[in-house]
Design a protein around this ligand. Structure first.
Ligand SMILES: [Zn+2]
Length: 184
């Protein structure tokens, strides 16, 4: 047997008789399309249109929020990458006497010219000594310069690799950020 109950319209407040099993009803007074909600102790109505609007609004807000969270996360990632790079960079750079850092690649021309100048200077100073002694000094200076050059070259390669990796990773995160910006 189908019992009935009375609910009030959420739109205009009019009392409406509905069957106990009904889930929807249209108000005979204001034409609002209503959904019947109930707990064990209470029963009430919600306008269907309004409900749909609210749900859409909530979904939009959630979407916006998750996008903002994602953006914040990516921006944090960028800042982390930058910090990490500063750290890595310091470890693959040359430290001057005064503590300042210099990119290894920039010192290579100096190493080369210092070696050549030192060798020429030694030759000039020793030009009146024995030829053998002069040649030994020049060879030693050349070897020293060569070792320094090789060592700094390998530091330069480490620096270049680290920089390349940093640029690559930064570009990746920035591309994600741009994509997020476009779909806003
Ligand atoms: Zn109504």
């Amino acid at each position: 047997m189908a019992s009935t109950r009375t609910v009030s319209c959420n739109g205009c407040g009019a009392p409406l008789d509905v069957s106990a099993s009904a889930r929807f009803v249209t108000c005979g007074y204001c034409d609002a399309r209503l959904r019947i909600e109930h707990t064990d102790s209470a029963v009430w109505t919600e306008e269907v249109e309004k409900l749909a609007r609210d749900q859409k609004r909530i979904a939009r807000e959630q979407q916006k929020m998750s996008k903002e969270l994602r953006r914040a996360k990516l921006e944090r990632e960028l800042a982390d990458l930058e910090r990490e790079w500063e750290h890595t960079r310091a470890s693959v750079m040359l430290r001057r006497e005064d503590g300042t850092l210099i990119e290894p690649g920039r010192t290579l021309p100096w190493v080369l010219s210092a070696t050549v100048v030192a060798a020429l200077g030694a030759l000039y100073i020793l030009r009146n000594e024995s030829l053998e002694f002069g040649l030994v000094v020049v060879l030693l200076l050349g070897a020293l310069g060569g070792v320094m050059y090789l060592r700094i070259s390998s530091m330069k390669r480490a620096y270049d690799r680290a920089l390349e990796l940093h640029v690559e990773r930064t570009a990746e995160v920035e591309a994600k950020l741009r994509k997020l910006g476009r779909s806003r």
